[in-house]
Design a protein around this ligand. Structure first.
Ligand code: PDD
Length: 284
């Protein structure tokens, strides 16, 4: 299977794809990224992800040279060359290459675009498994709303979760409220069947899957509330689930030592997951 990536204008085998040692993404995490899923020629939420990428670039003042249309052409080419029908595309833009210096003031450097495409197992129709999660203190910087590659707290949280046999680490802020997962947004469903997720308040990433799921749920007459909830509410919820581009809607059946819904996947989580797939395909 071809393993071709795109680095700074060149399509190349992984082995030959090299990034300069002085890339600021490597030195400082001075770069932003997106992950987009695709399936049989359909991108999941392409516009949302690309708009957020440009928003992130803007937020950290990277002057990117490519248009959204050019970017889409490059990505589509890469998928075709790799002959992948279901997978994910990882897009990263760093500020560029320069001798190491914290400040970029006055640096005349060109942003560096790199893209990787990965094949994903198409198990959408397989029996769905619920996952476990653990909670941890949110020790990230104060701008988690920008999708930068500076992800060390997220890396440590996910690893801690995995070491404890869990799939996701859920961050809890200093007031005891859930912010989000290490690589996902977190949702609860209460016993009034209200679907609740934290509002876009600067303390979480504005998830594209989150937005789409909320929109589809509302269109189907479900009640969606965007408000904070505490760790204890998470434990007492009827259902808990997470959303992300790569995990879609995934039910959480255990948080720390507490089983949710007696450790079984809840029906509303299943319905929302199915809704997400069916509506996404309808809306193309
Ligand atoms: N992560 N919150 C965080 C911290 C994330 O890293 C992600 C996604 C999300 C969900 O956002 P979206 O629905 O737009 O994917 C929320 C991606 C998948 C990643 O880092 O691989």
């Amino acid at each position: 299977m071809p393993n071709i990536s795109y680095v700074d204008g060149v399509y190349q085998n992984y082995e030959n794809s090299k990034i300069n040692i002085n890339d600021r993404g490597y030195h400082f995490g001075d770069s932003v990224y997106e992950v987009i899923l695709f399936n049989e020629g359909i991108f999941y939420d392409f516009e949302g992800h690309i708009n957020r990428l440009f928003g992130s670039l803007n937020a950290i003042n990277i002057k990117f040279h490519l248009s959204k249309i050019s970017l889409k052409i490059i990505i589509s080419n890469l998928i075709k060359i790799n002959r992948i029908s279901f997978g994910s595309v990882y897009i990263q833009v760093s500020r560029g290459i320069a001798e190491r210096n914290h400040s970029y003031k006055g640096m005349n450097i060109k942003p560096l675009l790199s893209i990787i495409v990965n094949k994903k197992l198409n198990n959408i129709n397989n029996k769905l498994n619920g996952v476990k999660a653990i909670t941890l203190d949110d020790n990230r910087w104060s701008r988690p709303d920008i999708k930068t590659t500076q992800l060390l707290p997220n890396v440590l949280a996910k690893t801690e979760a995995n070491k404890k046999g869990a799939f996701e680490g859920i961050f809890i802020d200093s007031d005891g409220y859930v912010t989000e997962g290490s690589s996902s947004n977190i949702w609860i469903i209460n016993y009034n069947n209200e679907i609740i997720t934290r509002a876009i308040d600067g303390q979480i990433l504005s998830g594209i899957t989150r937005k789409t799921v909320a929109q589809f749920a509302k269109l189907n007459g479900l009640i969606v509330k965007e408000e904070k909830f505490k760790k204890e509410e998470l434990y007492k919820s009827k259902e808990v689930f997470l959303t992300s581009a790569s995990s879609f809607v995934t039910p959480i059946i255990k948080v720390d030592d507490i089983e949710i819904n007696d450790g079984k996947i809840g029906q509303m989580s299943i319905d929302l997951r199915n809704l997400y797939f069916s509506e996404l395909h309808n809306y193309q």
